[in-house]
Ligand binder design. Structure first.
Ligand code: LP5
Ligand code: MN
Length: 248
């Protein structure tokens, strides 16, 4: 079986999402493949933050799950594009580049985070180009961890206030960007996250599957089992969106 998840936004502030991830990993059938399509973390500020106790707990969760014959792959989201080889090695996940092509039941399928498809959100695309440039990343990674944390907190505030002024349609994917990516990759189907609008959209020869974010991770212990997410599961070439978790 193949499992596709994204947008967990793991953070010490939402500890129950990590518990839900552990439970999910424990439920995966041995021999399966797991694809994480970005934004595993709420913010990844560099692989030199691997000693952080929360990050260590995440790495351990993957290591133990992947020991039982599950293969895991991860691609970058807009929150964790600084994930690098050290995280991959520590967790046992293979770091893959988007767009990533897979064959799902004979259908050439392209996997990606999805932020690049929000082509009309020009302020974001300009920002994205800037921070994805290597010289910028090098100078950011050269800052002390505490300084990086401060800058990310400020950036999150800027981003949230920028989003207030953006119409919902602007923050969804642009149809022409979807068509262009299909043409560029020769794929007829697509799986992505980022927009947090889980759905199955019909394309000419396949579907555009949109994964959901993991919500409810800040629920108190009494609300255990409240974390929920929409994921995609493939078995024998058949794809199905599945909601996991929810009220206990
Ligand atoms: O993340 P989400 O879904 O809430 O919003 C995104 C876009 N915002 C971002 C910014 C991130 O949330 C910030 C956190 C990054 C975490 C770690 C990264 C580590 C590296 C450090 C990077 C600096 O991605 C948002 C989209 C939205 O998706 C929907 O698609 O609209 O885009 C914005 O809000 C961006 C603003 O429009 C423009 C940027 C404003 C800030 C300008 C500061 C200048 C910094 C210059 C750096 C070179
Ligand atoms: Mn995202």
């Amino acid at each position: 079986m193949r499992y596709f998840i994204s947008d967990l936004h793991l953070s010490p502030e939402t500890p129950h999402t990590l518990s839900a991830l552990r439970a999910f990993l424990g439920s995966i059938r041995p021999g399966s493949e797991l694809f994480i399509l970005g934004d595993l973390f709420d913010a990844w500020i560099g692989d030199d933050d691997l000693d952080d106790p929360f990050n260590e707990a995440v790495v351990t969760a993957f290591r133990s799950a992947l020991r039982s014959g599950v293969r895991g792959r991860i691609l970058h989201g807009n929150r964790d594009f600084l994930i690098g080889g050290r995280f991959a090695e520590a967790s046992g996940l293979s770091l893959i580049d988007e767009p990533y092509l897979v064959d799902l039941g004979g259908v050439r399928t392209v996997l990606l985070h999805g932020d690049i498809l929000c082509a009309d959100d020009q302020a974001y695309q300009t920002f994205r180009r800037e921070v994805r440039a290597l010289p910028w990343q090098r100078s950011f990674l050269a800052l002390p961890l505490a300084e990086r944390r401060k800058r990310i907190a400020a950036l999150r505030r800027d981003s949230e206030s920028a989003k207030q002024g953006k119409p919902m349609a602007l923050m969804d994917v642009s149809e022409y960007a979807v068509r262009a990516l299909l043409a560029q990759t020769g794929a007829t189907q697509m799986v992505h996250g980022h927009t947090h609008r889980p759905a199955r959209h019909v394309l000419a020869d396949g579907f555009r599957w949109v994964l959901g974010e993991w919500t409810g991770g800040d629920a108190p212990p009494s609300g255990k089992g409240r974390v929920s997410a929409t994921i995609l599961v493939e078995e024998g070439g058949r794809l199905e969106l599945r909601t996991i978790g929810g009220s206990a």
